[in-house]
Design a protein around this ligand. Structure first.
Ligand code: ZN
Length: 146
């Protein structure tokens, strides 16, 4: 007469078993996302700005970049920041993890030119003040209020 089932001696799952299963699951997941144009993150190359002004490596994040839809701050056009451009920005250029695309390509170029122009005017102003104070032998007087 059989009284119930004799339990099979179950081998305990070891950490190595778990690691192997996790790795397999991650590979399957990556294959799936790659098919949809996702790009894998190389975590060792990511930086974030710390509260203390320095940079630190980001310990954990997602495992892939995904195309990111955004609206250009300047012209309002709907844009896609592609997964591969994100990888380039964060891992090749060294962009901070906190930074994201906010302007379309055309507006980025315009913004860069605007900043360069502002900087040129600022430096010219400094040079003029330096030349004036050198000529008069006095320190420049702050501009009077209108
Ligand atoms: Zn724009």
């Amino acid at each position: 007469m059989i009284h119930g089932k004799i339990p099979m001696p179950r081998r305990k799952r070891t950490q190595a078993d778990k690691d192997r299963d996790d790795a397999a699951a991650e590979r399957r997941l990556l294959a799936k996302f790659r098919k949809h144009g996702a790009v894998v993150i190389d975590r060792s190359r990511l930086f974030s700005r710390s509260m203390f002004g320095g940079y630190f490596r980001v310990p954990t994040l997602g495992i892939f970049y995904k195309d990111y839809q955004f609206t250009c701050r300047d012209c309002g056009v709907q844009q896609t920041w592609t997964a591969s451009r994100q990888k380039w920005w964060y891992e090749e250029v060294g962009g901070e993890m906190e930074s994201v695309a906010i302007r379309c390509r055309a507006c980025r170029v315009k913004e860069r030119e605007r900043k360069a122009e502002a900087r040129r005017i600022h430096l010219e102003g400094l040079a003029r003040k330096a030349a004036t104070s050198a000529a008069s032998g006095t320190s420049p007087v702050p501009d009077s209020k209108p």
